[in-house]
Write a protein that binds this ligand. Structure first.
Ligand SMILES: [Zn+2]
Ligand SMILES: [Zn+2]
Length: 378
């Protein structure tokens, strides 16, 4: 049965605060609490669902794992990656505590389990355009794959692994030490319970071979540096047919020549001429979808920020679209000819006497300077 999204269960948005999560939980828990709905199985199931969502979303680590990997990131039944640990952690605890006494065999009883394959990490560098638009990428990954000649058994084609005669397939043997009967990993088969007499010619009995595989990975639109995409079961093959590990594609986005990304917003700087800033007019602004025209009002000061709504990045998690924040920077004209210089001198002359009226920044600045020197002298 597929699980419902935890945020959906609590009826809150993904970027909500912990306080809101607690509030939503309290409200729903009151409604569905078994004490209030005696004998109602549906209410009981809802209550359990709400409680689980609440427990995950109010635990910072689990919430982060859930936000990134969904239910797989917080599934307590999954060993290895993610949180919760399950059986893997259980075994390790016993290994550490009892390992010295029982010597060897790390697991409490029974056969040593063939190890699950390792997780792999692939660092994928993207351009900003690729990250924003999303695309399908072919990845070539060197990995350990299950041997195709022996189907991962490690035994030569036509033969099969035989049950170990020392431990009779148990993987463990009993040794007497004083009063104790002590369990130990079988020295003959090293705890596997099986013996390979004729190893496979291709994998030499390991059951796995080095291989590079090509995977077609769909990179969702809106990913950013730090995002990870998990491909379940695409990691290394496990030992002797044990489940494979997972492949994590770690995304990093290269710096862009024009745009700087911050969350779902994009920033850019656009130069404008002195006369356009003064008189107003239209300028061309780059966006990821091509150029758009932006109207600049008269008397625009340098550094003014213009917001182009919806021209940013569409979030990979929600459907929110960010804005493009465009900062206009006024340029001082260079390489002027005599005629142009003459015009500017003429222009400057018209300002004499009432220059402050035309310079809102200078007015405040010079008043400040005046006050500064007055304070020094007093
Ligand atoms: Zn083989
Ligand atoms: Zn054995």
């Amino acid at each position: 049965m597929s699980k419902r999204d935890y945020y959906e269960v609590l009826g809150v948005s993904r970027d909500t605060s912990e306080r809101e999560i607690k509030k939503a939980y309290k409200r729903l828990a009151m409604k569905f609490h078994p004490d209030r709905n005696p004998g109602d199985k549906t209410a009981e199931a809802s209550f359990k669902e709400i409680k689980e969502a609440y427990e995950i979303l109010t635990d910072a680590d689990k919430k982060a794992a859930y936000d990134q990997f969904g239910h797989a990131g917080v599934d307590p039944n999954r060993g290895g990656g993610g949180y919760g640990g399950g059986q893997g952690d259980f075994g390790d605890i016993f290994g550490d505590v009892f390992g010295d006494i029982f010597g060897g065999g790390r697991r409490g009883g029974g056969q040593r389990q063939a190890a699950r394959g390792s997780d792999l990490r692939y660092n994928l560098e993207l351009s900003l355009e690729e990250a924003v638009k999303g695309f399908t990428k072919e990845l070539r990954i060197p990995t350990l794959a299950s041997c195709d000649l022996c189907d991962g058994s490690g035994a030569k084609k036509g033969t099969s692994a035989t049950t170990c005669g020392t431990c009779h397939g148990q993987g463990q043997v009993q040794m007497r030490q004083g009063f104790f009967a002590v369990q130990q990993a079988c020295p003959t088969c090293h705890g596997r319970g099986k013996i390979i007499k004729d190893p496979c010619t291709k994998c030499h009995g390991d059951g796995r071979v080095e291989k590079s595989k090509t995977l077609s990975v769909k990179i969702p639109a809106g990913v950013d540096t730090g995002d990870r995409i998990r491909l379940a079961g695409e990691g290394e093959a496990g030992e002797f047919g044990a489940p494979p590990g997972d492949l994590y594609v770690q995304v990093s986005v290269r710096e862009h020549a024009i745009f700087v990304r911050d969350g779902n917003n994009l920033y850019c700087e656009v130069p404008i001429s002195f006369s356009k800033a003064a008189l107003g007019g239209e300028i061309e602004v780059p966006t990821l979808d091509g150029k758009v025209s932006l109207k600049i009002p008269a008397e625009t000061q340098t550094g003014r920020m213009f917001r182009l709504r919806g021209k940013g990045v569409k979030s990979v998690r929600s459907h929110a679209v960010g804005d493009l924040l465009c900062k206009v920077v006024m340029e001082t004209p260079v390489s002027l000819n005599e005629r142009q210089k003459e015009l500017l001198r003429e222009f400057e002359a018209t300002l004499t006497g009432e220059s402050r009226k035309h310079s809102p920044k200078a007015e405040g600045f010079f008043d400040g300077v005046k006050k500064f020197f007055q304070d020094l002298n007093s």
